[in-house]
Design a binder for this molecule. Structure first.
Ligand SMILES: [Zn+2]
Length: 79
């Protein structure tokens, strides 16, 4: 499995658990994603990070696009 590093101190992260996240696709079907929880072993840092699956990034982009479109529609109605 691919190793992750802490974005703050670049220490190698240790997996401490996982969490389920749900995302709704454009088709309306729900998808379950497992996001790993990781802790930085560096005693100075000790930050907890959540691994963000690549699939959530294009999904967020789509949400932003539809939000922009609907806000533009509202602005047109109230100039
Ligand atoms: Zn760290």
């Amino acid at each position: 499995m691919e190793k992750s590093v802490c974005p703050i101190c670049m220490g190698e992260l240790e997996i401490i658990g996982s969490r389920r996240r749900y995302s709704i696709e454009a088709t309306g079907s729900r998808q379950t994603l497992v996001v790993r929880r990781m802790r930085c072993p560096n005693n100075v840092c000790r930050k907890i990070h959540h691994e963000l699956p690549d699939i959530l990034v294009p999904y967020k982009y789509m949400q932003l696009r539809s939000w922009r479109r609907s806000s533009r529609r509202i602005l047109r109605r109230f100039p």
